[in-house]
Design a binder for this molecule. Structure first.
Ligand code: AMP
Ligand code: MG
Length: 484
């Protein structure tokens, strides 16, 4: 059961200005929270070794495993639209990378192993480099739920407590560390870091690294830009189809791999409204649900700007081509969005009026703040009507929908299966996540484990699951907070 991790660290081989070497800072008393055994096995790692004393010590930061080359990555970024030339991993450290071995389910896949909450780094500024169990469990639950929902995302491989208190808003809270897995942690902000320093050599190296790692088929800077744009269009369409609000779509929180990254004040909507915002710091609603595609475009335009110096043509040509690529997002996104919402209505073929049919339902939902997840799942289960106050409005819409379903190739026969595969029954509802965190603070991991188990099968048909219910009035979570 000795811990063996076959590190192969490509990022650490990049020049020193890409990062700061920094070892995790030891903690008082490492304790286990969880090990994600299926993910460990998928990566060819031994779950028992991760759960053993050495594994827990590694997650908490008290043991640097052989072959790890811990470092904090440098990046910059626009935070709420404001430029910050120097961010970087302030409470995270990359231990290194592994390539899942032949024979494992993810064979050949290269992933980062990163600790989050492992102590200060040269990029910590005024922060303490730590995390409390709240954000760690939140990211664990929500990122794993996203994976089970089929959304590209960073993953949670393990978590541990530190035995030390973390002070937040004057409260002493139990400290924790998350061991996170990602295709990479390279962000739009990583490109911005070098672009803003006019470091063309580093930009070239970074683009090459990203191409080799994520988009081997992409040719030149434009191919790379187009690939990232397509990945983000598909990703954001998936968020929208699940009622997911990222909450802090700063350029430093957008991974060029196309994975969802940085689960801070993220939330799944309960009652639907396009302008929904949860994040306590998003006072102007910049990152509201309905704004997410436009914000993605804004971020991708920043990436495009960073790639211009690599274009190898006259500047005017480069600007024109890059602009065309960024503008292509709209159509890519719309096609993905339409396909996903069609599936949510059980539609496989496309008809011109489908967009109007979908929007009509969303308008009724918005008027009643009907529960996003329960309405769509209810379409498959015959209970959607119960979610509306305006029953007559819903009935009129449902008549149109039924007529449309009848025009599908196999009538409605296949529709229920299509809808069940597109509309989850179980999502990480805010009040359940908060409940799990509150219990964990008191030392009870039972609710965290039970919720995690339920979220592993979001599309399954468990009609009586306690996790399917919308929050009662007094359970409703209105604000979520950054993961600090
Ligand atoms: P975020 O918006 O949560 O992704 O964080 C923005 C920046 O703040 C990143 O550079 C983080 O590394 C840094 N940061 C957030 N929380 C802390 C903390 N507790 N200690 C040090 N740095 C932090
Ligand atoms: Mg971040």
């Amino acid at each position: 059961m000795t811990l063996h991790i076959p590190f192969d660290n490509s990022y650490a081989r990049l020049p020193g200005r890409f990062f700061a070497r920094q070892a995790p800072v030891s903690v008082a008393a490492p304790g286990p929270i969880a090990v994600n055994a299926p993910l460990a096995r998928a990566l060819g790692l031994d779950p028992a070794a991760l759960a053993g004393a050495e594994g827990v010590a590694m997650v908490a930061g008290n043991l640097v495993p052989e072959g790890a080359e811990p470092l904090a990555q440098a990046y910059a970024g626009h935070q709420f639209g404001g430029w910050n030339p120097q961010l970087g991993d302030g409470r995270a450290m990359l231990l290194g990378e592994i390539v899942a071995p032949a024979g494992s389910p993810l064979a050949g896949r290269r992933v980062d192993l990163q600790l989050k909450g492992s102590g200060p780094t040269p990029f910590s500024r005024r922060g303490d480099g730590r995390a409390w169990v709240g954000p760690v469990l939140r990211e664990y639950l929500v990122s794993e739920a996203m994976a089970a929902l089929g959304v590209p995302t960073t993953r949670a491989l393990a978590a541990a407590t530190t035995g030390e208190a973390v002070i937040r808003d004057g409260r002493a809270l139990p400290g924790a560390v998350l061991l996170r897995v990602a295709a990479s942690h390279i962000r739009v902000g990583t490109f911005q870091f070098f672009h803003s320093r006019r470091d063309l050599e580093a930009l070239e190296l970074l683009a090459g690294h990203v191409r080799a790692r994520h988009y081997p088929g992409a040719e030149g800077p434009r191919g790379l830009l187009d690939a990232v744009i397509a990945a983000q269009a598909a990703l954001v369409a998936q968020w929208m189809a699940l009622g997911f609000i990222h909450g802090v779509m700063n350029t430093d929180n957008m991974a060029v791999s196309g994975e969802t990254i940085d689960y801070g004040p993220c939330a799944f909507m309960d009652g639907y409204h396009p302008q929904t915002v949860f994040s306590s710091i998003d006072s102007h609603g910049r990152y509201a649900y309905a704004n997410q595609p436009q914000i993605a475009v804004w971020n991708l335009a920043q990436l495009a700007t960073c790639l211009l110096p690599l274009w190898g043509t006259e500047e005017a040509v480069a600007v024109e081509e890059a602009t065309a690529s960024v503008h292509a997002f709209a159509d890519l996104y719309q096609a993905q969005w339409l396909a996903r919402f069609r599936a949510k209505l059980g539609l496989v073929r496309g008809e011109d009026d489908d967009l109007e049919l979908i929007e009509a339902l969303l308008s009724l939902m918005a008027a009643d703040r009907a529960d996003f997840t329960r309405v769509f799942r209810g379409l498959a289960e015959g209970t959607a009507r119960d979610e509306f106050l305006d029953r007559a409005g819903f009935d009129a819409w449902a008549a149109r929908w039924q007529a449309r379903l009848a025009r599908e190739a196999e009538g409605g026969a296949r529709a229920a299966a299509v809808m069940r595969a597109a509309n989850p029954a179980i999502i990480p509802r805010n009040h359940r996540v908060e409940e799990a965190i509150a219990a964990a603070v008191e030392g009870d991991l039972g609710p965290f484990r039970a919720l995690g188990a339920a979220l592993a099968d979001p599309f399954g048909a468990v009609p009586a699951s306690p996790y399917r219910g919308a929050p009662l009035e007094d359970q409703r979570v209105l604000r979520t907070f950054c993961g600090t």
